[in-house]
Design a protein around this ligand. Structure first.
Ligand code: NAD
Length: 259
């Protein structure tokens, strides 16, 4: 029970990586808030983790200041405090830069960066007041370190999260608040499954080639990273109780991009 009695908010936790992080946190004894766009989906993911003493679904569009504030307030009402934020909600939109729609650029940056900022600010206010420290975990990507074609706003946003985490690490230190970034390689979730046919079309290659020659090309073993791999890393960061580990980014990617 590495997270016994901790309270965690995980954004985008009705699906994919966030959902598995929520499961792993609950297994480790945390009470978890599943924050996502749709109440039904958030409630369903929360129900899998236990009753409302253990898990709660809240509607939170991370780009909406009021919804973020309300979701964080609801967490404190329900569970009395906040110890961990996992800023995970995200989308992908692929297109070449010269054709990228401005609206798509803004939408992607807003979900990844405005969302990270708004949730960070709301939980920091509580963590500072509580005086018992906290852990903020951003879900970056290998694209926090490396670029790929067709993914300009995603690469830009994911690099940006490292800057935010480093700043939170510096400002939060005197309050015992740590901030770190997990940088996964490709994980088979709905976000990636949607991209495979899109990239095949853009690049003029088959879907199998997208997997082999684009997504897993630079891994050491041709394997996808799993939601469990990312969740285990999140448990590690969430449970690490000192400022010794802060302002860092950890690549979990079967060796794609070695620092
Ligand atoms: P996913 O599509 O399975 O899940 C994303 C979740 O975020 C969904 O439940 C969706 O409803 C939610 N969401 C989207 N916009 C939101 C908003 N405005 N407010 C609140 N919730 C919102 O995707 P995933 O693969 O699990 O991705 C989760 C995170 O991991 C993203 O930040 C993504 O960039 C990152 N990531 C994914 C991979 C991968 O290969 N799948 C690799 C590296 C990083």
């Amino acid at each position: 029970m590495r997270l016994k009695d901790k309270v965690a908010i995980v954004t985008g936790a009705a699906s994919g990586i966030g959902k598995e992080i929520a499961r792993a946190f609950a297994r480790e004894g945390a009470r978890v808030v599943i924050a996502d766009l749709n109440q039904k989906a958030a409630d369903a993911a929360a129900a899998e983790l236990g009753d409302t003493r253990k898990a709660l679904g809240v509607v939170m569009d991370v780009t909406n200041e009021e919804q973020v504030e309300a979701g964080v307030a609801r967490t404190v009402d329900q569970f009395g405090k906040i110890d961990v934020l996992v800023s995970n909600a995200g989308i992908q939109i692929v297109a070449p830069l010269d054709e990228f729609k401005f609206a798509d650029w803004k939408k992607l940056l807003s979900i990844h960066l405005d969302g990270a900022f708004l949730t960070t600010r709301a939980v920091l206010q509580r963590m500072y007041k509580q005086g018992s420290g906290g852990s903020i975990i951003y879900i970056g990507s290998v694209h926090s370190k490396e670029a790929s074609v067709l993914k300009a706003p995603y690469v830009t946003a994911k690099h940006g999260l490292i800057g935010l985490a480093k700043t939170v690490a510096k400002e939060g230190a005197k309050h015992g608040v740590r901030a770190n970034v997990i940088c996964p390689g490709f994980v088979r979730t709905p976000l990636v499954d949607k991209q495979i046919p899109e990239q095949a079309k853009e690049l003029g290659i088959s879907e199998a080639e997208v997997i082999k020659k684009v997504m897993l090309k630079d891994t050491v073993d041709g394997e996808f990273t799993t939601v469990a791999d990312v969740a285990e890393t999140a448990v590690f960061f969430a449970g690490f109780e000192s400022n010794a580990l802060t302002g860092q980014s950890l690549v979990v990617s079967h060796g794609w991009f070695m620092q």
